[in-house]
Write a protein that binds this ligand. Structure first.
Ligand SMILES: *Cc1c(COP(=O)(O)O)cnc(C)c1O
Length: 423
């Protein structure tokens, strides 16, 4: 006798078979089947606007036409998919294009390391190299930082719940206060300066996000980043910028630290570096620090050539200033709207935060940010919260390439969601 399975709603299989660790599917209980640009469709054909952009992995929207065309051509010509760190035409094209479009015009001189394909792999590689170069063990990270989930990166996290998931003590890490953490009037670089001067510490590197993507959109002033860079130099400590979320154009320049005029010793990129959502990451290394011996750090999926193909294509967006200008223009639109929502709804006690197309609203009212994001989902807009365990920031991260009409439609949904939820 054939026993038929119980009638299934589209999500039953995930509840039955997939680990309890799943999270976004709980916030957005839909089964997604198709996406293009700033839109996602569930399997019933309902359209949602995407102000989440794969947590920053989809800066150019879903399935960008030129990248998908390049990828399709590559696959149909039997292009190499997997190559560890062997030389391939796809990797060569990427490296040349990256040099030509990103490094040379900015007067930047870095060696490119391909670690494993995720962001946390790029962070781990930078930590390992910083420790090897300096012979010191400790890394300074900042309050509310997020740098990834593997143990080295997790030790840098400001989020207690995430830290505890390690199940072991996370060591060789010191926390310094981020810009603004001790109030507007306190220059927290002074605190770091004192920490680094303490002879009982043995700090190899300081790692920083210019805008804290997961930790609440706290945004460093350019002058603070400059003082940070000087402080690291003064103490002969390496500066790592984790540009995994804020980089690749998210804040309006290819690297988020460009307007500060600093040159970090190491830079981590991932999320949108492939442009298409395919996994890829890079650690950029100041050439004289590149003291790895061959194979000392490795990984099976360092040669994700499909990602190199779309990454090369994605760099076309940076061959001139037009996308950067667009991001700045759209970020003004968002800032104006957020400031006006905050002003019109005093009960939110909201303040705008962030920079570029990585902005949001902080509200200290318990559960409100999540409530607004939930309401937005019901109305057809994906938006995430930020702010660690408190989740007290509504975060807007539309594709950089979003059409004005979609941007305005999304902002209107946000406004309506606030109006429906505000106390
Ligand atoms: C997402 C993120 C990471 C980790 O990247 P994964 O690909 O999830 O490992 C690290 N740092 C920052 C700033 C991030 O936003």
């Amino acid at each position: 006798m054939v026993t038929s399975a119980p009638a299934m709603s589209g999500l039953d299989v995930f509840e039955e078979l997939e680990s309890e660790v799943r999270s976004y599917v709980r916030a957005w209980p839909a089964v997604w089947s198709r996406a293009h640009g700033a839109s996602l469709w569930d399997e019933d054909g309902r359209e949602y606007l995407d102000f989440f952009s794969g947590a920053g992995g989809l800066n150019y929207g879903h399935n960008p036409d030129e990248m998908i065309a390049a990828l399709t051509r590559y696959l149909q010509s039997q292009g190499i998919i997997h190559s560890l760190d062997m030389a391939t035409t796809a990797k060569r094209d990427f490296l040349r294009r990256f040099e030509e479009v990103v490094l040379l015009p900015r007067g930047m001189n870095y060696k490119v390391m391909f670690p494993g394909p995720t962001g946390t792999n790029a962070v781990e590689a930078s930590l390992k190299l910083a420790r090897k170069v300096t012979g010191r063990q400790d890394i300074v990270s900042f309050t509310n930082a997020f740098h990834g989930m593997t143990l080295g990166a997790l030790a840098l996290s400001g989020n207690v719940v995430k830290r505890e998931s390690a199940g072991i003590p996370l060591e060789h890490q010191l926390t310094a206060p981020f810009d603004g953490e001790l109030g507007e009037d306190v220059d927290t670089v002074g605190v770091l300066d004192t920490m680094l001067a303490d002879e009982s510490t043995s700090v190899a590197a300081v790692i920083v996000e210019t805008v804290q993507g997961e930790g609440g959109l706290h945004t460093a002033h350019f002058s603070w980043l400059q003082r940070l860079s000087e402080c690291c130099k003064r103490h002969d400590v390496l500066l790592i910028v984790d540009d995994i979320q804020a980089g690749c154009g998210r804040t309006g320049t290819f690297f988020s630290f460009e307007p500060a005029g600093i040159q970090p010793d190491l830079v981590c990129l991932s999320k949108s570096i492939s442009g298409s959502g395919l996994p890829m990451s890079l650690t950029l290394i100041r050439p004289d620090l590149d003291i790895w011996s061959p194979g000392e750090h490795n990984g099976t999926f360092r040669g994700n050539n499909a990602a190199f193909v779309t990454a090369t294509e994605a760099l076309s967006w940076w061959a001139d200033e037009s996308l950067a200008n667009e991001v700045r223009r759209k970020s003004e639109i968002i800032h104006t709207e957020l400031a006006s929502i905050a002003e019109e709804h005093e009960s939110l006690r909201a303040t705008p935060r962030g920079r570029g197309l990585l902005q949001g609203l902080h509200t200290p009212i318990d559960g409100l940010a999540s409530g607004i994001c939930h309401e937005a989902f019901e109305r057809g807009l994906l938006m995430e919260t930020s702010g660690g365990a408190a989740s007290d920031v509504i975060k807007l991260m539309p594709p950089l390439t979003i059409e004005d009409e979609d941007l305005e439609r999304g902002l209107a949904i946000l406004r309506a969601s606030v109006e429906a939820t505000a106390p």
